[in-house]
Design a protein around this ligand. Structure first.
Ligand code: P5A
Length: 436
């Protein structure tokens, strides 16, 4: 992407309404634009990150054997009357009428719809277990939309739904998602901690919220220090096998939000091992048994020919919220510091003397080695502006090319995360960035 031709707008002024760093930086870096309260347009830089985040989520869901579908955003009120949630959901639900005066709604979640779809096909226990997920926009008319994409009204969620023959199967499905979530967030460079949680309007009796620690988080959390030190990506995972080594590590150590905080259990932990902090909820998983399958009439014939009502769970990840959460965990005074896995572009090439034959040739060569995963700052701008924008937008690498270096065939590489700089020959610099 050549910046002279790109729509990658930045804001010089810090928008007054933005109270937290991620919201400020997303607006200043031109990632999103608010179109009405809690509703955002995703601009090219933000959209690239959102897609990278969604792709990691997708790969880790697929690895468990879950299958991707796409359900609509608009649902009928009748569907929600079958589960009894239409009236119970309250003012957070955006209710609409079509031209025939039929009551519709913009989906805040899809338990009812997926149950109805699955019911159309599942006949016997051989059709179980299954897990279906989609990555789709949701609408919740939040009382206080705030912090940008962190608490939006329209937001992107990955929601998965499992169907099992019995309780043991449902717990197995739950544990698969538990591990997949740990891996998903770790791949984005986040330390997410699963914590016992309330089930709220989704219902059920087994539930974990996944939170990352951040000063600006909306929840107060309490946890055992060990949990911050576990590296899930170095653990072998076999979704068809025993997941206890991973799941038990987490569930055997204390971690709770203030809603579930147990003062006696907390007091039993040595003080040096206690961490109390603020947290951002990035995922939430639920086991709710037959809460939807029973009232909606989903039943299959069991191995003995008798009807069985499948046990279900649902598993959410706030995909758009994650973009804000990742920035909350990775920024400094100058701007964003993207982890490589979710960076909008891996590299920015900064040509400090646009129009100089030497710098133009070298910058173009460098850019070609990484395009399309690179931006080329070929604007007629001062060096200071180019440095500031590259820091703000947070590309993991900057390749700085000036006339003196170009004459010597050298490039200055800067690593955004550490600020570390090295001067290398062009080939070595290319190899260095490729090595990550
Ligand atoms: C689980 C999947 C559910 O809706 N039904 C389907 C269940 N769970 S949840 O906890 O209510 O939401 C799942 C995740 O979505 C994110 N989220 C939001 N993100 C941005 N703005 C919002 N207003 C918002 N509300 C929920 C959170 O990350 C949450 O964990």
């Amino acid at each position: 992407m050549r910046l002279s031709r790109a729509f990658l707008p930045t804001l010089k002024e810090t928008p007054a309404e933005a109270q937290i760093a991620s919201h400020r930086l997303m607006l200043r870096a031109g990632m999103v634009r608010q179109t009405s309260a809690g509703i955002y347009a995703w601009l090219p830089l933000g959209w690239r990150v959102l897609q990278k985040v969604a792709q990691i989520v997708r790969e880790e869901q697929d690895a468990t054997g879950a299958q991707e579908i796409l359900m609509p955003t608009i649902q009928t009120a009748d569907l929600w009357r079958q589960s009894g949630r239409y009236d119970a959901y309250g003012p957070e639900m955006l209710r609409l009428k079509d031209r025939h005066e039929r009551e519709m709604l913009y989906g805040p979640t899809n338990e009812e719809m997926v149950t109805e779809i699955f019911k159309g096909y599942a006949k016997s226990y051989r059709d179980l277990p299954r897990n279906l997920y989609h990555i789709q926009w949701k609408f919740r008319d939040e009382v206080r939309p705030r912090f940008g994409v962190m608490r939006g009204r329209e937001f992107l969620m990955k929601d998965a739904y499992s169907f099992d023959l019995d309780h043991d199967g449902a717990v197995r499905s739950y544990r698969q998602m538990f591990v997949a979530y740990l891996r998903t967030f770790a791949r984005m460079g986040l330390k997410a901690i699963p914590m016992q949680a309330d089930t709220g309007p989704i219902g059920g009796n087994l539930s974990h919220e996944f939170l990352i620690l951040a000063e600006t988080g909306e929840s107060q959390v309490f946890l055992h220090k060990d949990l911050l030190e576990f590296d899930v990506l170095s653990q072998p995972v076999d979704y068809g096998g025993d997941l206890s080594p991973i799941v038990d590590f987490w569930t055997s150590r204390y971690a709770a939000t203030d809603e579930k905080h147990d003062l006696a259990a907390w007091a039993a932990i040595p003080e040096a091992q206690r961490v109390s902090a603020r947290g951002i909820e990035i995922g939430h998983i639920f086991h709710f048994g037959t809460r939807y399958s029973a009232p909606m009439g989903l039943s299959v014939s069991g191995p003995d020919g008798k009807p069985v009502v499948p046990e279900m769970g649902s598993y959410g990840i706030g995909v758009s919220r994650l973009v804000g959460a990742i920035i909350e965990a990775n920024h400094d005074e100058a701007g964003i510091r993207w982890p490589e896995a979710v960076a909008p572009f891996k590299l920015a090439v900064l040509n400090l003397k646009q129009g100089d034959a030497g710098t133009d040739a070298l910058a173009a060569r460098f850019y070609d080695a990484f395009a399309p995963d690179a931006v080329y700052d070929d604007r007629e701008e001062r060096a200071g502006v180019k440095f500031a924008d590259a820091d703000l937008m947070g590309y993991p690498w900057q390749a700085v090319i000036g006339p003196r270096g170009a004459a010597a065939g050298k490039v200055e590489l800067k690593r955004r995360a550490t600020g570390e700089r090295v001067e290398l020959s062009v080939d070595d610099a290319i190899a260095r960035v490729k090595a990550g």
